[in-house]
Design a protein around this ligand. Sequence first.
Ligand SMILES: NC(=O)c1ccc[n+]([C@@H]2O[C@H](COP(=O)([O-])OP(=O)(O)OC[C@H]3O[C@@H](n4cnc5c(N)ncnc54)[C@H](OP(=O)(O)O)[C@@H]3O)[C@@H](O)[C@H]2O)c1
Ligand SMILES: *[C@@H]1O[C@H](CO)[C@@H](O)[C@H](O)[C@H]1NC(C)=O
Length: 329
Amino acid sequence: MQNYAAAVQDFVERHATGLTVVFVTGAGVLALRRWLAGGVCRSKVRLDGKTVLITGANTGIGKETALDMAKRGARVILACRDMTRARIAADDIRQRSGNGNVLVKKLDLSSLQSVRDLAKDVQENEERLDILINNAGIMMCPKWKTEDGFEMQLGVNHLGHFLLTNCLLDLMKKSAPSRVVIVSSLAHERGKIHFEDLNLEKDYHREKSYYQSKLANVLFCRELAARVQGTGVTVYSLHPGVIRTELVHHLFPTFALWQRIIAMPIMMMIKSPREGAQTTIYCAVDESLANASGLYYSDCAPKTPAPQALDDAAAKKLWDISMSMVGLA
Ligand SMILES: NC(=O)c1ccc[n+]([C@@H]2O[C@H](COP(=O)([O-])OP(=O)(O)OC[C@H]3O[C@@H](n4cnc5c(N)ncnc54)[C@H](OP(=O)(O)O)[C@@H]3O)[C@@H](O)[C@H]2O)c1
Ligand SMILES: *[C@@H]1O[C@H](CO)[C@@H](O)[C@H](O)[C@H]1NC(C)=O
C-alpha cells in the first residue's frame, strides 16, 4: 500500500506537466462540448389531444422533434418524401415514446401538387392542427429544378412550405392557439433575396441559393406573423445550431481528401440531432412564447436576425411573389 502510494506520487511528480496538459485539455474539450450543445427546452408541457405535423421527419432534427412531440402525448404526423424511411422512423418513434398515435403522410416539397394533396388530406381527415413544423430542407445541391421549374433549394426550403402553410392556415386558426415553427439557419445572415432572378437561372451557386432560401424562411416568418396577428396563430423561425445530420450529403462528396480529414474532428464536436432539436421544440411548446410571434430564435432564446431579415418591405415583396409562384394569387 505504502509502496503503491509512493509510486503514484513519484509518477505524478515526474509527469506533472504532461498530466496538467491532459486534464486541462480534457476539461476544455468537455466545457466546449457542453457550450456547443447549446440551450435545452425545459418545458414539461403535455400535448395530449393536440396534433403536430412535421415535414422531413424521417431523419435528423425532424425525427428528434417528432419523438419529443410523441413523448408529450401529441398525435404526430410525419410528412415525408421517402415513405419507406418514414415508416421505419414512425415505428421507432412509436416504440421509444410508447405513443401509438404517430402516422406518416406523403409529402414531396419539390412538387406543388404533392403539397396540395397533403394539405387536402389533412384538411379532410384531421380535426385539428395545433403545431406545424416546417423542418424539411435541402442544402447546397447541384443546380436542380423542382417539378414546377423552381430552383430546388428555394422550391423545397421556401416555396413548398409557403404553400403548405397557407393551405393549412384555416385549420390552424380553428385550432388556435396554434403555432407555425419555421426551421431556418444562421446561414440566412449571408443571404440576399435575388428578386431579379429568384431561381438563380443566370448565376447559380449552391451556397448563394441555400443562403437565399434560409433568409426567405425568416422573412416569411415575419410577414406571416403580421398577417395572422389576432387569430391565435403565432409564428417562429429559428437556427437549430450546427448539427450532425444528413444535410451535408450533397456537400461532403465534393470535398477533397484533406478537407474530409479536417472535417472529421469538427464533426465529432458538433451537436447531435437531439441537441439540435431543442430550439425547434422550444418554439413549438414553451409557455413563455405564447404571446410572441414573428421572431427568430437560437439556443432556446430570442436572437436578432441579420438586418436583411428585418426588412419588412422585402418580406412583403417576397410574400407577393411567392403567392403568384405557387398559384395562390
Ligand atoms: N444540420 C445542420 O447543421 C443545420 C443547420 C442549420 C439549419 N438546418 C436546417 O434544419 C432543417 C433540418 O435539417 P437536418 O439537418 O435534419 O437535415 P437532414 O438530416 O438532411 O433532414 C432533412 C429532411 O428534409 C427532407 N427533405 C429534403 N427534401 C425534401 C423534399 N423535396 N420533400 C420533402 N422532404 C424533403 C429529407 O427527406 P429525405 O430523407 O427524403 O431526403 C429529410 O427528412 C433544414 O431545414 C436545415 O436547413 C440544419
Ligand atoms: C399572454 O397574454 C395573455 C392575455 O393578455 C395573458 O393572460 C398571459 O399571461 C400572457 N402569457 C405570457 C406567457 O406572456
